[in-house]
Design a protein. Structure first.
Length: 75
């Protein structure tokens, strides 16, 4: 169920996850998610959220101004 609009219509999808970290952008493409068909809210599974956290922490250690990462190649 969508936490925003209370719709039960969630479908598997792929999204882009963007993190702003001290003025540096981390962009992660092709992230699996569930998307609400009514309002477009996106939700990550626990496994995907853990993977995103690892990817973001690795990207932070590189300290580039912009990092674009393909989730399917690093997860």
């Amino acid at each position: 169920m969508c936490m925003y609009c209370k719709s039960y219509n969630l479908t598997e999808s792929i999204t882009i996850h963007v993190v702003d970290c001290n003025g540096c952008l981390i962009i992660i493409k092709n992230v699996p998610c569930e998307e609400c068909e009514q309002c477009g809210a996106k939700y990550y599974s626990d496994e995907t959220a853990c993977q995103l956290e690892k990817i973001v922490n690795t990207a932070k250690s590189l300290m580039q101004e912009i990092s674009v990462i393909n989730y399917t190649k690093v997860a």
